[in-house]
Design a protein around this ligand. Sequence first.
Ligand code: PMP
Length: 443
Amino acid sequence: RSNNLQGYAPICLGLEDFYIRRLYLRIQDCFGRPIASAPDAWFDVVERYSNDNNKTLKRTEKKTRCLNLGSYNYLGFAAADEYCTPCAIETLKKFSPSTCSTRVDGGTTTLHNELEECVAKFVGKPAAIVFGMGYVTNSAILPVLIGKGGLIISDSLNHNSIVNGARGSGATIRVFQHNTPSHLEEVLREQIAEGQPRTHRPWKKIIVVVEGIYSMEGELCKLPEIVAICKKYKAYTYLDEAHSIGAVGKSGRGVCELLGVDTADVDIMMGTFTKSFGSCGGYISGSKELIQYLKYTCPAHLYATSISPPAAQQIISSIKVILGEDGSSRGAQKLARIRENSNFFRSELQKMGFEVLGDNDSPVMPIMLYNPAKIPAFSRECLKQNVAVVTVAFPATPLLLARARICISASHTKEDLVKALEVISRVGDLVGIKYFPAEPKKE
Ligand code: PMP
């Protein structure tokens, strides 16, 4: 059932969903109360995001302030920013919160055009189209790009929005082992001969879909190898940069910049504005012809209300800061800070004996818990000590690969991170998730 291997579906043990579910319930039985009802273990309703760039959040129930290690606020642009926030407020006054119109019926403002130009320039492609939601960008675009008679080859850990888009397209779906170029090549070779012209093969079109940084793994895509294989077999490359755009690369331009891949070799570049840019929405960037085609045909462009003007302004402003066009060096400092923070936090966790997934430079850092029954204990004990982490389990991960997923921000200070490490270390001892011997501390 290869389709079931997509996205965050349960892939462990090769069992059917039904059996996985039963096994999950048995585990709940063994460890007491159902996991989902464990009291005090989860983020409760957030009363407000702080004005310290969403570095902390205030919880309603406990009236406490927690260090936020769960937000995608990679560059610290969420909440108050000295440059972006006043610009967004001005835009709110000028354009109102919503255009209340679709892009083609009065919902395209000067800001929307400016945003698309700005995004295309930033990611390094000739043109871009923006949407009000990142999830919809994947799920609505894939069915426009490909349909029956086409083939989508998808990484086994691609995000649910990609899985839904792929399923909705009607194309045939094949899955390759997570971030394994050799397996991608094997799958391609099963379908077509190397060098076979596009017009002489059984598929109208082949699209290979990967992510820049995998959101549950913190891993960088093996993009140079994947791009080379796509070129060899004349398949299109679709790259979701939700977690990498803005967050990695010398000037924040994502995995292509970080890994030295020419953006001309990636056909369809997708990303979201909900992470590094502290806003909402998503984009597709590609050739002028591709973007024009999408503008004429994509229902999410033609029939959905356009992205909110203050949100659009927030993206434009944050890109200006990243590029230093606001007249300050804050952008460069943020990029340096997120890299330093991520590498520091990851290496300290490893030294403590935790099993941490992902690559250097990635701000996404899963700490393996394995046993789903350890989730509430880990989360609750961290919250008790005012550190908020996101824990992830089935069906977002395979059943027995539960984890805590830390997201590092440029707005975290060294003191914040040291404090968080102390808390996580204590909780790690308590819950029993230090799977490796700790490195002796240097005097
Ligand atoms: N793609 C990936 C890889 C994601 O992780 C997410 C969500 N975090 C999305 C797309 C959807 O983006 P959004 O939350 O902006 O709707």
